[in-house]
Design a protein around this ligand. Structure first.
Ligand SMILES: Cc1cc2nc3c(=O)[nH]c(=O)nc-3n(C[C@H](O)[C@H](O)[C@H](O)COP(=O)(O)O)c2cc1C
Length: 269
């Protein structure tokens, strides 16, 4: 298992890692499973049991929570007609319709405000930090849900494009003020193993004592090279990551998100 972890990291980062002697076999296996993460977009024809989903939701919601405010909720989309709506929402992503399970992770600032409203008190923290805290809680729960699912042998694909139609999705899910959809989550058993996607070298994103991106262009060029190699190994069209991402973000995306968040009652000031 020691080799698996180091191989995984080598594949991900294109550099060798020294073996940390303090790791025991169990710890090594746990880290290898984290390092081996992949988003999946194809699923085995096998349902996920209600009992397992309940355990996974409980694990997901065990994530840390800002000021212990517990501002994240999970919605399982199960009713057939509702699921149909999500299945057709983004035709370019058929893996949503194919997924045995589809959940929506929400940031919920409503409970906190309710503590004040039920006593007729003003909520004096209606500002951007409040929105941010609920969103971070939801992001942590999303990650914990994915981790828990992967530990149980499932695979996942988060779906943030549901936010392209945030008002519609919110009306389908009856989301009240101060509750917003952070992301959908497809889940199921894997159809096949996926190749790991590389990540930027650690030099690009791990800093010591101060932020330093003086070598950003060199680091991006190094990553582009590994990315193209990974693509050619998996038989995909070769294009540089830097070009891809520039192209993807050369058109405005979800520019109405701020307006939606404000409509839901959060302040962005
Ligand atoms: C918040 C978030 C939203 C995402 N939204 C989508 C999405 O809408 N559709 C999709 O196919 N993948 C989505 N992904 C998956 C990413 O594309 C994926 O994590 C990334 O390409 C890296 O691949 P990996 O997870 O296999 O390492 C999302 C991931 C995150 C973290």
């Amino acid at each position: 298992m020691q080799l698996d972890l180091l191989h995984c990291l080598q594949a991900r980062y294109g550099q060798a890692f020294e073996w940390p002697d303090e790791l025991n076999a169990g710890q090594c296996e746990a880290l290898a499973r984290i390092a081996d993460h992949s988003s999946h977009r194809a699923w085995a024809d096998q349902p996920v049991s209600d009992a397992l989903l309940r355990v996974l939701a409980a694990c997901a919601l065990s994530a840390p929570s800002k000021s212990f405010l517990q501002q994240a909720d999970l919605i399982r989309v199960q009713r057939a007609d509702l699921r149909e709506k999500f299945n057709h929402l983004i035709p370019s992503m058929p893996w949503i319709a194919d997924a045995p399970e589809f959940w929506v992770v929400c940031a919920n600032g409503r409970r906190l405000r309710h503590l004040f409203a039920r006593e007729g008190k003003d909520f004096v923290n209606e500002h951007l930090d409040s929105f941010f805290n609920a969103s971070i809680d939801a992001g942590l729960v999303l990650m914990n849900f994915i981790r828990a699912a992967e530990e149980a042998g499932l695979v996942c694909c988060p779906i943030s494009v549901i936010r392209d139609q945030a008002s519609l999705v919110s009306s389908w899910l009856a989301l009240p003020a101060h509750v917003i959809p952070l992301a959908g989550l497809c889940m199921g058993y894997p159809l096949a193993k996926r190749n790991l996607l590389p990540r930027l070298g650690l030099e690009a994103s791990v800093h010591l004592d101060r932020f330093d991106d003086r070598h950003i262009d060199q680091q991006l060029a190094e990553f582009d090279q590994r990315w193209m190699q990974a693509q050619s190994i998996s038989g995909k069209l070769q294009s540089a990551w830097t070009k891809d991402k520039q192209k993807q973000y050369s058109e405005a995306q979800r520019a109405d998100w701020g307006a939606f968040v404000r409509e839901q009652g959060f302040s962005t000031d």
